[in-house]
Write a protein that binds this ligand. Structure first.
Ligand SMILES: [Zn+2]
Ligand SMILES: [Zn+2]
Length: 447
């Protein structure tokens, strides 16, 4: 390896650098020194070597003195003045002379002030660096094969991070920080971004006619028109809003995203175990939620139509799980069906046997064809038990793969779902009341 001193002179002759930025080019060498001291040491030794050479009459050392003086190094400027050497003072090309203790302290103070508007236990600092400086840095690193160099952003992250830990009494977390602090030492600008807060639970829906997510008016798509009474939507409320708005209020978030394991029909109920959901709260000011208060708020806000339970905090990875989870999940439904003609008692027993562990071939239902691709799905019904309510009305408890359209399983969708209950009993349903009873947590559980 080329000696550090030779390399430093070559670099400084082309790129004026302050002590910190010069030292950072050798950051991997020696522990517990710090980049500024590294740079200072190099410049101090170069000054001493040049001074000795000049005293011995070696005029070539003037060049080194000028290079050092140009980069703002005081001791070299003194020699230059004594020797009558001329040079043009230049700002550090990497930090524009901004990387000073004072600037680091000031921006850390500003960041601490901004951070304290939020509730958080851990944080992480991210430095914003102008693009042109990153390019200069990349060129410098490769031009001189600086394998021990550290980037300026890493340097700022660490230095501001240390100060912030001191001011806030809280710790840096590289993996899951609750608050991201973005500092721009070049403009003095500070930005704070709280990471999202995730709350998971299960919801019950006690009333029909509420879509899971808001449905925009199909005429104006949200703009508002006479058809929708200028509301821009088909239904006033949605499950996602009933659940999310109280969480937004409690956390002081600016926005939310509602995630659920699948969705039920507009007019289906959700009872029993409930449907798993996660509310993602964007930029929350508060991260400690009183779950009891939250569930009461949902109850009040929805006038008892929607209920949340089994509440706890969740992570981003659980959102992904929630989405894949449904693929293999099984669901239990309660369907109360009134048929056109009376059902013979003997058929009821046969129904149960026939539909237990039965594969259903289901072509995309006509009612969702506008939104879903037309294809055939094969789903299982694991168990179907029937209770007779009267001669026309049966109540079905159905355990099936998630993704099987239950109403179509019953009415057959003009032969698009095969086999179907309607086909089996030989009469069509007049009315189907559907409730989701349970969504199984354990996807491997056998029944
Ligand atoms: Zn610098
Ligand atoms: Zn409209």
């Amino acid at each position: 390896m080329e000696p550090i001193m030779d390399k430093a002179v070559k670099i400084l002759s082309k790129y004026p650098l302050c002590c910190t930025c010069l030292g950072r080019l050798f950051a991997g060498l020696g522990r517990g020194i710090g980049n500024r001291l590294r740079g200072k040491s190099i410049k101090a030794l170069l000054t001493m070597l040049a001074d000795a050479a000049i005293r011995e009459g070696d005029q070539s050392a003037y060049e080194v003195v000028k290079i050092l003086a140009r980069s703002g190094w005081g001791p070299a400027q003194q020699i230059a003045a004594a020797q009558g050497l001329e040079y043009e003072k230049k700002d550090c090309i990497l930090c524009l002379n901004k990387l000073t203790d004072e600037n680091i302290e000031n921006i850390a103070k500003k960041a601490a002030e901004a951070a304290l508007r939020y509730e958080f236990k851990t944080f992480l600092v991210g430095a914003k660096i102008p693009r042109f400086i990153k390019i200069i840095e990349e060129n410098l690193f490769s031009e001189y094969s600086l394998t021990y160099a550290e980037s300026i952003s890493k340097d700022i992250d660490r230095e501001v991070g240390k100060k912030l830990e001191e001011y806030l009494g809280r710790e840096v977390d590289f993996n899951y920080p609750e608050l991201l602090v973005i500092v721009d030492i070049f403009t003095g600008h500070v930005e704070t971004r709280p990471s999202p807060l995730f709350i998971k639970g299960r919801y019950l829906k006690h009333e029909a006619g509420i879509p899971q997510t808001p449905w925009l008016c199909r005429n104006c798509w949200g703009a508002g028109c006479p058809k929708c009474d200028f509301k821009g939507r088909e239904y006033d409320h949605s499950v996602s809003e009933f659940i999310s708005m109280p969480a937004v209020k409690l956390s002081g978030a600016i926005d939310y995203v509602f995630h659920a394991a699948g969705r039920e029909d507009l007019d289906a109920f959700v009872e029993g175990e409930g449907r798993p959901f996660i509310v993602e709260l964007r930029e929350p000011r508060r991260r400690v939620i009183d779950f009891e208060e939250y569930s009461k708020l949902v109850d009040r806000y929805s006038s008892g139509k929607v209920e949340v339970k089994d509440l706890s905090y969740a992570s981003r990875s659980e959102v992904r799980l929630l989405k894949t989870y449904l693929e293999k999940a099984r669901k239990k439904y309660l369907a109360v069906v009134t048929f056109e003609s009376p059902i013979n008692d003997s058929v009821i027993k046969e129904l149960e046997t026939y539909f237990t562990n039965r594969v259903i071939e289901q072509q995309t239902p006509t009612r969702v064809l506008s939104r879903r691709a037309d294809k055939i799905r094969r789903k299982n019904v694991y168990r179907l038990s029937v209770n007779k309510i009267d001669n026309y009305t049966l109540s079905f408890e159905i355990l099936a793969d998630a993704g099987l359209y239950i109403k179509e399983l019953i009415h057959g969708d003009s032969g698009r779902t095969r086999p179907s209950v309607s086909n089996f009993v030989g009469t069509s349903p007049k009315e189907i009341k559907l409730t989701v009873l349970e969504i199984r947590e354990d996807r491997l559980q056998s029944t």
